[in-house]
Design a binder for this molecule. Sequence first.
Ligand SMILES: [Zn+2]
Ligand SMILES: [Zn+2]
Length: 315
Amino acid sequence: MPFNILELNNELLTCIAGHLSIDDLKTFSIVCHRFCIIAHDDATWREMLHNEFGVTYKLPDDTWKQQYERKCTDPKDNRICPHLGLVTRKSLEPYKGNYNNVINRAPPQHNCVICAQNHYESGLCLYICKGNNRIRCKDCSYKFHAMQKGRHGILLRIPVLQMYCFTCSRQLGETRGDESEEYYVDQLLENLTHDSDKGREQLTKRRQCLFERGLHITDSDRKSVLSSTPCFYFIDRMWLWAWFLRLCDGKLATEPITNKILEDEKGELNRDARPRGGSTVAFSIVTPRLWNYLVKTYGLVGKSYQSSNYVFVLE
Ligand SMILES: [Zn+2]
Ligand SMILES: [Zn+2]
């Protein structure tokens, strides 16, 4: 019996259309009214996204076609990791027990099962790939990954809830990632952590870290501060730097802003203070929004110095 493509049901046609190139899809869509509808159906774009890029997630308010278009602008997987789709709520289920087990342990009990060293400070990890559920330190996870030819493992640093893709070589769902990736990671982590108070607390901290990293980019970069506001604040450069480094490591600051260091004997802003320091005390400049946020969140030792009260040459 001759094969007639018109006799295929819509599901199969969607599947076929999902394997076509954009040009072929255009041709496909002008064959007949039914094909035209299938070519424009979002399910077809979902298939295309998966077949062409391996991506299986999107923002809830986006269509699959929109996600396909986003992914077309990311050929090197710098913003939308295709390997992350291998981790789903379901595939994370077997890891929940070990995750909760680790976060509820006392500090002396954070030993890696491979090297037997204590890793309370640096944090234990889970290597998420096909139910592999052993609790390793970061170094042992890297070594384990090196032996897994062709596998796309994702590393989860348990205490800070950072997800790292070995294949893309970057943290997932963080500042450089696409919104859809950030959303998907957040959803996975919410599911992983929601069974325990400690887990939920960790997720709140992770979200705060990401929020503050965003603020760091927009509100402490010299050029954008100077162009966005006539009034800015001086902040101890070392404190700001330490705050940022901790955020990159998934941690919040632990001490109040140390602006006391910028003070001279009279309690005024030290006239020798310079933007980049050198032999003198150094400051950075931040927007009023970031300044107020940091003071409210971490506290302040020393004074608040607003630019309108000082004349400085900002080199
Ligand atoms: Zn990846
Ligand atoms: Zn180890």
